[in-house]
Design a protein around this ligand. Structure first.
Ligand code: TRP
Length: 333
């Protein structure tokens, strides 16, 4: 079975942007691929190093977000990044042959640094794409479902795998990205994100979804209900085409003809989103009442990840000829 690796930074609850970018695909593919889901707590520290005590809670929240979204813990391996030491070790080896300028020019690093107002970048932040390459290659993943913003990291991962294999011998798998678009924020910003406060969370209760969809920006040129609308610039329409594509076709016609107003359209959207989120809420109630089960899922997943990581690391050291005592044992034979 081919392998998937993907995952999230535990910096808070996951939202619809995460769902569209990656969760939806991981749920859909979890039985076709051997699916590994990383809770990237070390990567979360690249921005949240001042509040590490927050991670204990966020690691579990993000795990529950995945389970609520429909991840089957019997099928997928969910694990904690910091508890798989082989990922940290691979990061060190890869960092020997990744030029600093490649990292400095990574567009996602640049955007995130600008958003956070970072000037002199921390070493760990600048280098996290190398660590992400280790996240992906430690289990020799073939496929990585991610949002478009992750493409530069996937390109680097492919380069690292290729370079490693050229330098030392073929050990690593060059993974393919499975790329989804980026979901806009409720405020019309190009990206839904927690820091921009424009997100609908997977854990939001129904009333909150209604309240938030009412604030969503629509076509600014539309003043009266019967003005013809422009769905292509409307956030509400973009969500409908993503989460209820058939219904969106009807809406598009009605909007262009000025037959449906924005107020009604927002109500329809709340309905679409609440239908999508209802089964997730049910599963969340189940896991919220079972803390021990969530921890057990993480413990078992991490154990398996460590086994897989140990195997890859042994091959990596063998290829690099730095498994000194193993070589000695071979020579003595
Ligand atoms: N960088 C990803 C994000 O911000 C999270 C992540 C960490 C990830 N390691 C990964 C995604 C490996 C895919 C594969 O969402």
């Amino acid at each position: 079975m081919k392998r998937i690796l993907t995952g999230d930074r535990p910096t808070g609850k996951l939202h619809l942007g995460h769902y569209m970018g990656s969760l939806r695909n991981r749920v859909r593919l979890q039985h076709e691929y051997d699916t590994f889901l990383i809770i990237a707590d070390v990567q979360a520290l690249t921005t949240n190093w001042e509040t590490p005590e927050q991670l204990a809670c966020d690691v579990r929240e993000v795990t529950k977000d995945n389970l609520a979204a429909g991840i089957d813990p019997e099928a997928a391996t969910i694990f904690v990044q910091s508890m798989v030491p082989q990922i940290a070790e691979l990061t060190v080896f890869y960092s020997m042959f990744v030029p600093v300028n490649v990292l400095r020019h990574n567009p996602t690093i640049k955007t995130e640094a600008a958003q956070k107002g970072y000037k002199d970048l921390m070493y760990g932040f600048l280098g996290y794409p190398i660590s992400q390459a280790a996240d992906i290659t430690f289990c020799k993943a073939h496929l990585v479902p991610v949002g478009k913003d992750q493409v530069p990291h996937l390109e680097l991962t492919r380069k690292i795998a290729r370079r490693f294999n050229e330098l030392y011998g073929k050990v690593l798998v060059e993974p393919e990205a499975m790329v989804q678009g980026i979901l806009a924020g409720l405020d019309g910003n190009a990206k839904m994100s927690k820091s921009l406060d424009n997100a609908v969370y997977l854990a939001d209760p129904p009333e909150e979804v209604v309240r938030k969809t009412n604030t969503a920006v629509t076509d600014p040129a539309r003043i009266r209900k019967h003005d013809p609308g422009h769905p292509e610039v409307c956030t509400v329409f973009s969500y409908q085409s993503e989460f209820a594509p058939r219904f969106a076709e009807e809406l598009e016609v009605a909007c262009r003809k000025g037959e449906i107003g924005c107020v009604e359209c927002k109500q329809q959207l709340a309905h679409t989103l609440n239908e999508l989120l209802a089964p997730m809420r049910e599963r969340r109630v189940y896991y919220d009442a079972r803390h021990d089960l969530v921890d057990e899922i993480l413990r078992a997943g991490t154990k398996r990840a460590v086994e897989v990581g140990a195997e890859t690391l042994a091959q990596v050291k063998d290829a690099m000829k730095i498994d000194y005592f193993a070589q000695e044992a071979a020579l003595a034979r």
